[in-house]
Design a protein around this ligand. Sequence first.
Ligand code: GRF
Length: 200
Amino acid sequence: MLRICVCVSGGGTNLQAIMDAIDAGTIKNTEIVRVFSNNKNAFALERAQKHGIDALAVSPKDFESRDQFNEAFLAAIDEVEPDLVVLAGFLVVIPAQMIQKYRNRIINIHPSLIPSFCGTGYYGLKVHEAALERGVKVTGATVHFVDEGTDTGPIILQKAVEVLPDDTPKSLQQRVMEEAEWKILPQAINMIANGEISLQ
Ligand code: GRF
C-alpha cells in the first residue's frame, strides 16, 4: 500500500481528484495518510476532513523564521512516514533538506507543458496569463518529480489541452484542470503505486 501525503494551499480540486480516484478504484494500492497545508483557510483542508482524512495546517506566519517553519513542515511530513509526497496546488518552496530526504519521492502538478511557462513566478493563474499572452495554441499540464530547481525535475506525465480563441486565463485554467490536471495526477500516483515508474 503506497502511503501518500498530499500538500495543498488552496481550493484542493487536485486533492479532490485524487480522493475520488482512490474511491473509484482508478488509483489502486494507495492511502492518503495526511493532507498538509501552509494555509489554515485552504478549502482543501475541508475537503480532506469531509473525507475523514487527517488534515494539518502549519502556517509560516506562526514562526520567527522560515527555517523554523521548514523544520515544522518536515516534522509534519516525517510523522506520517509517507512513501510519496504529492504537491497539489502547493505554493511553498520545498526545503532542500526535505528534497534530499525524499529524493525522487516528491511529485508536483504544474499547469503547463514544461519547459514552457514554468519556473519562478509561474504559478496558478499567472501560468495561463503567460500562455495567452504568448499566443500558444496548445497548453496543458505536467506531473514531474521535484528536485532542487523550480519545475525542473524529471517529467512523469504530460497532457495537452487546446487553447480556444475566446479563452480568458480563468476559462483556460478551468479546462486545463478538468482535461489534464485532474487526470494525469491520479494517473501518475497509480503508476507509482503499482511500480510502473522507474527513474533512469
Ligand atoms: C491549479 O491551477 C493547479 O494547476 C496549481 O494550483 C492551482 C490550484 O489547484 N498547481 P487546487 O485546486 O488547489 O488543486
